[in-house]
Design a protein around this ligand. Structure first.
Ligand SMILES: N[C@@H](Cc1ccc(O)cc1)C(=O)O
Length: 524
């Protein structure tokens, strides 16, 4: 495992195991677990385990005392006024999981489900949700064995927790509904039996604890966050390569200039671009000031970079929080009734991040528009069609790729409508204000996927533009870091001499980008 590429600072053992329980985990670990770059274990620390045991014991005490506690001895949501008779307490959590089994739409991806599972275990491991240690152990086993609930993506308002999708996680622990395991969709009961996990019978509070939180949106948010970080590096490198190919003005990225308007991410972007611009390429520049998509690139990329900074802090808190209700102090038994299932911070973070990611795609779309248009590219051929091609007049180079980029960009921009603005009153007006954070997170993931496609196309485009300069012997002084980027891109998608169908190469390059196998970061 490459620590630099999967930054989970100090949290992963040398064997690549992330320990859950007793301490905060980094947001980046959601993506690392989602991609199976690390495996997970539950802390063996006795202090941690005792705290969990004590929490579960508090729930038993509450029941024995006959005290009214929401969701333990009452109905759910607006039905909190209904007192549940003692002989029905044990069916209450089971019913909760079952009546929420009404999700629809596509199923969440394996990656999103793994991240969701990690987010839920980590929250329950705070020790204030009153679940048994066995429940945590079984959840961790499911992650270890990669037994993934078939979890429909739609049906959460993101404020009574991700109740409906998380009911599918609960159902798996019970041996109900279906899972994906080793690429096959199968009954949960069958897979549990195969790997030797005894189905749980939920105790009071455990159904609510599993479902009444923000794990789905937080898991997806962690994936979006980590992959968007990679897009920042790619955008900086692509901007430098585009500027080099069009003989842009390096002064636009001068450190003194950025000291005069020091948004941190913007300055980082300018520095990353300038660091890899050649002293002079041999092509004379023609404009004192480049067009905005080059000159203002740090001002666009920097917004994403800075948004990633504050959203990391918010997601960190959410991921390591007890997002559940009610919460039970395992030490003194106090019960706190509140609304920590509310995903407002994740929703706002995702709505903001998706806007910044789509804006980055738009920047790259404009950069491509310059590179393929002979009127704007300082001497590059139309469509970047290769010049050492005898059938040159009949070839159209990257023309269609640009059209695709325009389509992907439009689709990404279209999805930037803020989901959090669509709160509606539901559940008999008990949930009369909700976050829609899960929709925001799903939108953000889709925007990210489209932006990754745009970014992949731009890598091909700048590689082609620089190739044409190389062929003309117009390129000197490319730094080794840029050469390394070019080499990685060209291994998967070599320069285009004659028109060819690029789809498979683009798909392979997209995977390479997502797997962080393209060197994009400057030497520190
Ligand atoms: N999130 C609600 C609980 C709830 C659970 C299930 C429901 O169907 C509705 C509401 C609360 O804690 O108040």
């Amino acid at each position: 495992m490459n620590q630099r590429l999967d930054p989970v600072p100090g949290q992963v053992s040398s064997g690549g195991v992330l320990e859950i329980g007793g301490r905060d985990l980094a947001v980046a670990s959601l993506d690392a677990v989602a991609r199976r770059r690390v495996s997970v274990s539950l802390s063996a620390d006795e202090g941690f385990r005792d705290r969990i045991r004590q929490g579960a014991a508090r729930v038993s005490e509450i029941i024995a005392s006959g005290r009214q506690v929401y969701g333990i001895s009452t109905g759910f949501g607006d039905s909190c006024t209904v007192s549940i008779p003692a002989d029905q307490l044990h069916v209450l959590p089971l019913n909760l999981t079952r009546y929420h089994g009404c999700g629809m739409g596509e199923y969440l991806s394996d990656e999103a489900v793994r991240a969701t599972m990690l987010a839920r275990v980590n929250s329950l491991a705070r020790g204030v949700s009153g679940v048994r240690l066995e429940l945590l152990e079984n959840l961790v086993r499911l992650l270890q064995e990669d037994v993934l609930p078939m979890m429909p993506a739609e049906g959460s308002v993101g404020a009574s927790g991700d109740l409906t999708p998380l009911s599918y996680l609960a159902a798996t622990l019970l041996g109900e509904r279906e899972v994906r395991h080793q690429g096959r969709r199968r009954p949960a009961a069958e897979v549990l039996a195969e790997i030797g996990i005894e189905p749980l019978q939920l105790k009071p509070k455990e159904g609510l604890a599993l479902m009444n939180g923000t794990a789905v949106m937080t898991g997806i948010a962690g994936i979006v966050w980590a992959r968007a970080r990679q897009l920042v590096h790619a955008a900086n490198r692509i901007t430098a390569m585009a500027s080099t190919a069009m003989a842009g003005n390096a002064d636009h990225f001068h450190p003194e200039l950025f000291a005069m308007k020091p948004h941190p991410g913007q300055s980082r972007s300018a520095a990353a671009i300038r660091q890899v611009l050649p002293e002079h390429t041999g092509v004379p520049g023609v404009r004192l000031q480049d067009r905005y998509s080059i000159r203002c690139a740090p001002h666009v990329i920097g917004v994403l970079d800075d948004t990633l900074d504050w959203t990391e802090r918010w997601l960190d808190i959410e991921f390591n929080s007890a997002n559940d209700n009610p919460l039970i102090d395992p030490v003194d038994g106090s019960v706190y009734h509140g609304g920590h299932f509310y995903g407002g911070h994740v929703g706002q973070a995702m709505d903001s991040l998706k806007t910044a990611i789509a804006s980055l795609a738009d920047l790259q779309d404009r950069q491509m528009a310059q590179l393929v248009d002979a009127r704007f590219s300082n001497g590059l051929p139309a469509n970047l069609a290769s010049e050492d091609n005898p059938e040159r007049d009949s070839s159209h180079g990257l023309k269609a790729l640009q059209i695709s980029v325009s389509a992907w960009t439009a689709e990404a921009l279209k999805l930037t409508m803020p989901a959090t603005a669509f709160s509606r009153s539901t559940e008999c007006h008990n949930q009369d204000k909700v976050s829609m954070g899960t929709i925001a997170a799903r939108d953000a993931l889709r925007v990210l996927e489209l932006a990754e496609q745009v970014c992949t196309a731009l890598l091909v485009t700048v590689s082609q533009a620089l190739y044409i300069r190389e062929q003309r012997n117009e390129l000197r002084g490319l730094p080794a870091t840029v050469e390394a980027t070019l080499e990685a891109v060209r291994q998967v998608c070599p320069p285009v001499h004659q028109d060819r169908a690029l789809e498979m190469e683009l798909r392979a390059l997209l995977d390479t980008l997502r797997d962080r196998r393209i060197p994009l970061e400057n030497e520190q």
